[in-house]
Design a protein around this ligand. Sequence first.
Ligand SMILES: [Cu+2]
Length: 120
Amino acid sequence: MQFQWYFRYAGPDGKFGATKLELVDPSAGGESAVGLDTTDPASKDDVVTGTMYAPVNREVEVILKAHDVIHSFFVPAMRFKQDAVPGLAIHMHFTPIATGDYEIACAELCGMGTTRCTGC
Ligand SMILES: [Cu+2]
């Protein structure tokens, strides 16, 4: 959504819980921001955060989704950019090669300073 990225991790079970469009409430943040269906047992250990945590020297898979308008996931320090389009689940892969905190911007209207990525 505008001016904010949310990241969802599958948790220890390695399975993502179901999401439902009718449960999406961007103003509520957290699991409501992504429409997580808390009645799905697989959702119980899902983690939703405003900070992206990525392992160093391991390939990371990200599935980009947009709720409202076209956004562009942009990590300037990694020279990595990919559009997020409503109605599409766009897969992208990258491998962080250094630890640190990196700004994640939106290369569309939202601009810089929307969130950050922490390599760990
Ligand atoms: Cu944006």
